[in-house]
Design a protein around this ligand. Structure first.
Ligand SMILES: *Cc1c(COP(=O)(O)O)cnc(C)c1O
Length: 496
């Protein structure tokens, strides 16, 4: 299967396969990689998949896109990545709240956020890509993170052969738990560095380094090349398609739905990666009626879906769901590409870059809103949902998941569509944001993050996830803080 750029660079002529796309991360014209055509999954196949384990389902979906990878290798990699030892309690189990709403728990992996679903398998896909392409250099993975991606990437790539990883995070832009998770990371090939500034400064710094040809030459001379682990990389997106099929298969297997019956998904959204993976599943043949695009107070996507205007010239809010505090949703570019083609997409992205804004035409807007509806909820409502969900169902959710539940509630109130099963993606363990959840449930939270874990456990009668409890004993390895302007020299120094 060939891969093309969303901005039109004709890479197919050069035979760019999935291994190259995963290795490179970003196309040379600044666009994102997309498969030249989407593979289909038949109704029969979905029934077959409902009898499979999660690793088998994932390998089946991966195999449709990564046609240059040996199928047995993909299956072995999925079995290793989604093993019970790393995903305690299963990879993407469903929790039934009521006759309509089911929560898909995507946070059973080692870092307690849904990023593990992709970043536990992605290092294996990169290693495969190095093998397939005969690459002898070491991949230097550079990550800018607002918290969850950094830790999940560190955990996935720690001590992987022929890989080095460096993570930059904003010194005051991540939660204490997230900071501790990164600062205590094990591994000989990892490096973590805080920068003075916010997430956008970190992200801009990383993008500048990626597009600096002198930096690339300097790395090459030392036997390295740059690669990315952010959701702009196709290797991040394709494993996420699998759990949309898996959730559907689970409902089929338990008799909640009949074959062919459509479902709805509500997805807490930041960079538009997770929800876009779901949309690809639908385009491949999964019966989905509607995707609810759930945002927090940074509701740029809600406005876009309502009006067709994407405008980042607005205030930025710091919320209790920080992984969704984002004004440039990179993966929206892939949806625009599917709906309008590469020329229009390149023009939209130019406009976004130059003016911070673009507007799609009425026909494209209609095509997009056939599948997507945007909802948002503010901080007060996020807390209220956490409280309500616990009071009504004795079920604890984190603030990101609460935003998704709020969207589902708003949609159900508006549409009365309770007949259609609603699957809400749960993207983080409540313990990852223990203080915020304690405040929502008890009206207050202890100052100390570990005390908050204990209080949350006592309040809800649920166990603290092992990886978070273990942080208490871990030694802090990384304490460095630098100016954003020093990122390039710091990176080059690491690649010596
Ligand atoms: C990354 C993240 C999101 C947003 O996912 P996108 O793919 O960026 O839309 C939502 N919730 C949590 C907990 C996350 O870590």
């Amino acid at each position: 299967m060939n891969y093309v750029s969303t901005r039109g660079m004709t890479v197919a002529a050069h035979g760019l396969h999935s291994a190259d796309a995963i290795k490179k991360g970003l196309a040379d014209d600044g666009g994102l990689f997309m498969p030249a055509e989407l593979p289909l999954v038949s109704a029969d196949e979905i029934c077959q998949m409902s009898k499979m384990t999660y690793p088998e389902r994932a390998a089946h979906i991966l195999g449709k896109f990564l046609t240059d990878y040996p199928a047995e290798q993909l299956l072995a990699d999925c079995r290793a990545a989604y093993d019970e030892s790393s995903f305690v309690g299963g990879a993407a189990p469903l929790h039934k709240l009521n006759d309509t709403v089911h929560v898909m728990e995507l946070w059973h992996g080692p870092t307690c956020a849904f990023k593990d679903m992709a970043l536990q398998i992605m290092p294996k896909l990169l290693s495969g890509a190095l093998r397939i392409t005969g690459e002898k250099r070491t991949a230097f993975i550079l990550v800018a993170t607002s918290g969850d991606t950094g830790k999940a990437a560190l955990e996935g790539y720690a001590d992987v052969d022929q890989v080095k990883i460096m993570v930059y995070y904003p010194v005051d832009g991540v939660s204490r738990m997230q900071k501790l998770q990164m600062a205590t990371q094990r591994g000989e090939n990892v490096s973590v560095c805080a920068i003075k500034g916010n997430f956008d400064d970190a992200q801009t710094g990383v993008k500048q380094i990626f597009s600096d040809s002198n930096a690339a030459d300097a790395l090459d001379a030392n036997g390295y090349f740059f690669s990315s682990a952010n959701s702009i990389n196709w290797g991040r997106l394709v494993p996420q398609i699998a759990y949309y099929f898996s959730a559907y298969c689970d409902l089929l297997a338990s008799g909640e739905i009949k074959a062919g019956e459509a479902v709805n998904f509500s997805v807490p959204t930041g960079n538009f990666g997770n929800i876009f993976a779901g949309y690809l599943a639908k385009e491949m043949g999964l019966p989905v009626k509607r995707f609810l695009c759930a945002s927090n107070k940074n509701n740029i996507l809600t406005d876009f879906l309502k009006t067709g205007v994407y405008d980042r010239n607005r205030d930025f809010y710091t919320t209790m769901s920080p992984s969704m505090d984002i004004l440039i949703s990179s993966n929206l570019e892939r949806l625009l590409y599917l709906k309008t083609g590469c020329e229009a997409t390149a023009a939209y992205m130019r406009s976004l870059n130059e003016t911070g804004r673009y507007e799609i035409d009425a026909q494209t807007h209609r095509a997009i809103t056939e599948s997507f509806t945007g909802y948002f909820c503010d901080e007060e409502e996020t807390e209220a949902v956490i409280r309500r969900t616990f009071d009504t169902y004795r079920y604890v959710v984190d603030p990101h998941t609460a935003v998704g539940l709020s969207a589902a509630e708003q949609y159900l109130a508006e549409s009365s569509d309770t007949e259609t099963k609603m699957i809400v993606d749960s993207t983080a363990s409540p313990y990852k944001f223990a203080s915020a959840v304690c405040r929502a449930l008890n009206g207050s939270a202890p100052d100390d993050e570990f005390e908050a874990l204990d209080v949350l456990s006592q309040t809800t009668g649920t166990p603290i996830p092992g990886p978070l409890a273990a942080l208490r004993e871990k030694e802090v390895r990384f304490t460095e803080v630098i100016a954003a302007s020093e990122m390039l020299s710091r990176t080059l120094n690491e690649a010596k």
